[in-house]
Design a protein around this ligand. Structure first.
Ligand code: NAD
Length: 495
């Protein structure tokens, strides 16, 4: 783990003006324009990024296509790709402190979480796909004797990657690593408010020996650079994580351009269900508080709807409130903080809008509900809990993506299932019970990409992540993710 001394040195590092990364080199945006990078820690600008536009996206896609056709990556032996990507993972580990602090200055995640979830997790992901790629075989079809049916796995070509600001490096790596391992060339459009770590990743990739043009990063606004990538006629697929409305736009861009594939990992409103026979109510309360409040609730799988069985409701709420009160919100670069800053002043404003509406609609505020630490100039919010939430309220239906928890009671298993599935989303969920049969029944009954049992979060790269319903489709992580970046080709050979 990083030391406070290292953090305090790195937090003062000059970042300056960061350019685009295209064809193996940094450059300015075609327009010469840039965007300030404002830290949610203190509300101050500490760097700038290039404000890329359609011309920059076009240049990056051309560079990626040229690299793809040249074949020094796309047709290289998988063992070569493995070597370069392994070197990249090692370089990330070598620069782990620098990347962790840089990312926290950008998006405000508490350093304890960011350190593991961002650079270390990205390195692990890259190593995982590096190691996997020379173990993927093609197939021979069970045909008649006079023919040979071979099924090849081929890279798609140019893959666009668009990611959100909550964990840009980790989520970026979930897409970039399998795409590159499979032999594709990539153009990344980072989130405008947290681009710095992905730019640094591209530099480290070049240092690791990735050929020029194989990984390009175009910073800029979603509605400009993101849209241009979505509409580009020479992009074969877009791997996206972000909000539902932008996911819909990407499907529309695909329909209006070249029918590129679109893989969507969208939001959630995940139910966390505590049965009266939970093995340890206190432990369940601590994990549930972390499951919604860490990273200020800016976690796609956050357990934002808590369903508690009536007979243990009061006892559980007492434990939950005391676990929440123990969470220290503060400077995300202080190792003593459990929860850092909300990623931007704009996001904080949205969160407070949800609080106001929940009050108007009759939910009862139990704790929090306000901006705190205003003297810092940063964006901090107290962990917030509402009870008496009903299914018709905005807080039960819409994703906040902030530290706001809505609590409901239930009596029976059937009611818990009905409440859990009464949402347009289906990303994550959890069940707390000592009864194995209840646990298995709930795993089958809940409509979500993951059902945690007696825990919340904490999965690793070996298992897929993604949703059903309006939480999207396609899966990140695990060997299954590779399928998105590989095309099947049949050779039908008369013998
Ligand atoms: P967002 O959809 O606003 O932005 C995501 C990315 O899309 C950013 O890079 C942005 O620049 C880009 N973008 C914005 N407008 C665009 C456009 N018109 N065309 C193309 N690209 C555009 O989301 P956000 O606010 O950055 O992130 C929060 C959302 O992400 C939440 O809904 C959250 O649940 C979701 N999320 C999902 C997962 C998951 O794995 N399912 C993980 C993290 C976050």
């Amino acid at each position: 783990m990083i030391s406070q001394i290292a953090i305090d040195t790195l937090r003062k590092a000059e970042i300056g003006a960061r350019g685009l990364f295209i064809d193996g080199a940094q450059s300015e945006a075609a327009s010469g324009a840039s965007l300030p990078v404002i830290s949610p820690i203190d509300g101050r600008a500490f760097a700038s990024i290039a404000d890329g536009n359609e011309a920059d996206i076009d240049r990056a896609v051309r560079s990626a296509r040229k690299a793809f056709e040249k074949g020094s990556w796309s047709r290289a032996a998988p063992a070569f790709r493995k070597k370069v990507l392994t070197r990249l993972a090692e370089l990330i580990e070598k620069h782990v402190d620098e990347l962790a602090v840089l990312g926290v200055r950008d998006n405000g995640t508490e350093i304890g979480m960011a350190y593991k979830a961002e650079p270390l997790s990205a390195a692990g992901t890259i190593r995982y796909y590096a190691e996997a790629i020379d173990k993927i075989y093609g197939e021979i079809a069970p045909t008649a004797e006079n023919v040979l049916g071979l099924i090849h796995n081929e890279p798609l070509g140019v893959v666009g990657v668009i990611v959100p600001w909550n964990f840009p490096l980790m989520i970026g790596a979930w897409k970039i690593a399998p795409a590159l391992a499979a032999g594709n060339c990539v153009v990344v459009k980072p989130p405008e408010i947290a681009s710095l770590t992905l730019l640094r990743l591209a530099e480290l990739a070049a240092e690791a020996g990735l050929p020029a043009g194989v990984l390009n990063v175009v910073t800029g606004r979603g509605a400009v650079a993101g849209e241009a990538l979505g509409l580009h006629m020479d992009v074969d697929a877009i791997a996206f994580t972000g909000s539902g409305p932008v996911g819909r736009r990407l499907l529309d861009y695909s329909a209006r351009s070249n029918l590129k594939r679109v893989f969507l990992e969208l939001g959630g409103k995940s139910p966390n269900i505590v049965f009266a026979d939970a093995p340890d109510l206190k432990q369940a309360a601590v994990v549930s508080a972390n499951g919604i409040f860490r990273n200020s609730g800016q976690v796609c799988v956050a357990g934002s709807r808590l369903l508690v069985q009536s007979s243990v409701y009061d006892r559980f709420m007492e434990e939950l409130l005391s676990a929440t009160a123990r969470l220290k919100v503060g400077d995300p670069l202080d190792l003593a903080s459990d929860v850092g800053a909300v990623s931007s002043a704009e996001q904080l404003g949205k969160n407070l809008g949800f609080v106001a509406r929940a009050r108007e609609e009759g939910a009862r505020l139990v704790t929090g509900g306000e901006r705190i630490l205003t003297e810092t100039g940063g964006s901090y919010m107290a962990p917030t809990i509402f009870e008496n939430v009903t299914q018709d309220m905005q807080l039960a239906r819409e994703e906040v993506f902030g530290p706001v928890l809505g609590v409901m009671r239930f009596e029976t298993e059937e009611e818990a299932v009905r409440l859990a599935n009464s949402t347009v989303y289906g990303l994550a969920s959890a069940v707390w019970t000592s009864n194995l049969s209840t646990a298995h029944r709930m795993v089958r009954a809940i409509n979500a990409g993951v059902v945690h049992v007696n825990t919340y979060g904490g999965a690793d790269i070996t298992v897929p992540l993604g949703g059903v319903k309006q939480s999207g489709f396609g899966r990140d992580k695990s060997l299954h993710a590779l399928e998105k970046y590989l095309e099947l080709k049949t050779a039908w050979i008369a013998l």
